[in-house]
Design a binder for this molecule. Structure first.
Ligand SMILES: [Zn+2]
Length: 72
């Protein structure tokens, strides 16, 4: 797999999901991701999904309140 930022080599590695509660960290899960050995960019399916969501227009709270009922 090639890095989209620098075209470096990306290695598959196990990533741990951490939760913090009152200063204590807990491992809540783990999944596989790709990390670029040249620039350090990390990519997995969650990150890619979030990048696609950010690219779409998200209405603000005010726009949602002012929208007419039934209007899309
Ligand atoms: Zn890279």
């Amino acid at each position: 797999m090639e890095c989209t930022r620098c075209h470096g080599f990306m290695m598959k590695e196990l990533v741990y999901d951490l939760l913090e509660n009152d200063g204590q960290f807990y491992v809540s899960g783990r999944h596989w991701a790709y990390r670029c050995v040249a620039c350090g960019k990390v990519s997995d399916w969650v990150i890619e999904q979030n990048r696609q969501v950010v690219g779409k227009a998200v209405p603000t709270d005010e726009q949602t309140r002012n929208a007419e009922p039934g209007a899309a």
